[in-house]
Write a protein that binds this ligand. Sequence first.
Ligand code: 13P
Length: 335
Amino acid sequence: MSELHNIVLKILEKGKGILAADESTGTMTKRLNDVNVPSTPENRLLFREILFSSSSMIDCIGGVILYDETIKQQTSKKIKIPELISSMKSAPGIKVDTGAKVLAGSPEEKITEGLDGLRERLKEYYKLGAKFTKWRGVYTITKNFPSKLSIQSNAHALARYSALVQECRMVPIVEPEVLMDGDHSAKECYEKTSEVIKKCFEELILHKVDLKGIILKPNMILAGNKSKNIITNEEVAKLTLKCLKDSVPSEVPGIAFLSGGQSEIEATENLNLINKYNNTDFKMSYSFGRALQQSALKFWSKNIKDIEGTQKVFNHRARMNTLAAQGKWSKDLEV
Ligand code: 13P
């Protein structure tokens, strides 16, 4: 079995998922400002160190995605962050794109940048202990979007990124995120997501990426957050499974969903149903940012010295999601 395939299986073993703690400094500042905590490097580190040293890391979190600032930081006890994560039997990962910028030719859409100099940055991250990486392409649904241009160019970038990452012996997380923002129906989300994912795999194959050594990080199939046609969680799960079964090659070992603005419980409930009905060979787990951190951040912001209390909140969410990744979650466990 290849080294990369092994890394994927280890990250996603026994219902484990991924903690996406790779908010850029700008995004993290927004999150901290929302809860009235000053966004200093010390505070950003403090919150993350609390999460990374929580007991649920060992049983629930197979990998943590870091941002450039964090992967180079040390804990209060002078332990390097990637070492802390490895000591919790989890794999350190790193976001390597440099953000979504205006797409020339279709300025209402975005293209993710970061390919220039990527090989050199990857070598540095590998030396710092990274086992996997992340790159996010982002697509908006409107009447005319996502355009062919955005679908094609983001897929091309994701494939070039993935090939470079595998060359550097790390697992690429391939994240094409079709946003939930808008009044589109779940049917439109289904159609656009299928088109986006199919194009990504076309490019990944063209760039000779080993599909056994990647993790796909897609959105679930949801109605837009301004849509009047709300669908049930059961429908979300069934449409999501149908879409992925139809658009993802069977060699791909693992799929880890983003939460994309769903509430914590909603994301957990949908993941649970996806696993209950999973009629594919894909491991279906989570790579949540907000849906793993929201309650913990809110709790912590009230008393940033309460490490134990914050960890309790985080542990609960991580455990609920790991149960959901095995189809074993139920609502009564939430109280
Ligand atoms: P959310 O789960 O908050 O969508 O974040 C996941 C992520 O990594 C987005 O790139």
